[in-house]
Ligand binder design. Structure first.
Ligand code: ZN
Length: 212
């Protein structure tokens, strides 16, 4: 039986023979002139929601930032190892991306862990601390959706995670500055691969609207 990593090596062989061959001139251009992606995506590390596959992206299309629950932390001066903030700085200041898409998703393990207290007693240390940036949003959902089902509350928390990330993005001065100049746009998207449906946050209506 083929193991998970053997599958990757044979996958790379297929990539080299077909995808790379198909995009040879594009890849050569990207190597010579460097990457110039217009879009940065903040997505969950979840193996089921790979933006490159979902959006059928080509090499050089997407600057990708992935972490548990597709979160952007608020701007912090202290500390050294800010992986997500460093990646976003690279995307905005280094590459000048024109769009940042925060992609939330259904059935998110990180959100589930934030909503259910049990795993806090487990061996996890970093995940609860990371998703705790959603605690206030979770409290708001619990307070306002008293008659909702547990699935509806989970979906609301997953979608709120996108909104919290969008809000936190604006705490970075170089993001704010580029939005004000009209050089950068923020987008909140939410995918449910079971549907499969894609919803987009409508800023004017203040809600997610299904588009595909
Ligand atoms: Zn997730």
């Amino acid at each position: 039986m083929t193991s998970g990593v053997d599958k990757l090596i044979s996958g790379y062989r297929k990539y080299r023979e077909s995808i790379h061959a198909q995009h040879r001139s594009l890849v050569e251009q990207l190597v010579t002139h460097g990457q110039q992606p217009e879009v940065a995506v903040v997505a969950c590390s979840d193996s089921r929601v790979d933006p490159a596959i979902l959006f059928q992206a080509d090499p050089g299309d997407l600057f990708m930032v992935r972490n548990v629950a597709n979160l952007v932390p608020p701007m912090e001066e202290e500390g050294t190892y800010h992986g997500t903030s460093a990646a976003l700085e690279f995307a905005v200041l280094g590459l000048g991306v024109k769009h940042i898409v925060v992609l939330g998703h259904a059935h998110c393990g990180g959100i589930k862990l934030m909503m259910e207290p049990d795993p806090y007693d487990s061996a996890f240390k970093f995940v609860p601390a990371w998703v705790s940036m959603l605690n206030a949003a979770h409290r708001r959902v619990l307070a306002t959706m008293t008659n909702a089902s547990s699935d509806e509350r989970t979906r609301a928390c997953e979608q709120n995670a996108v909104l919290v990330s969008l809000e936190n993005l604006t705490t970075f001065p170089w993001v704010r500055e580029r939005i004000d100049k009209g050089e950068l746009q923020l987008h909140g998207w939410y995918v449910d691969i079971a549907g499969p449906d894609l919803s987009v946050y409508d800023w004017e209506r203040g809600k997610f609207v299904e588009v595909v």
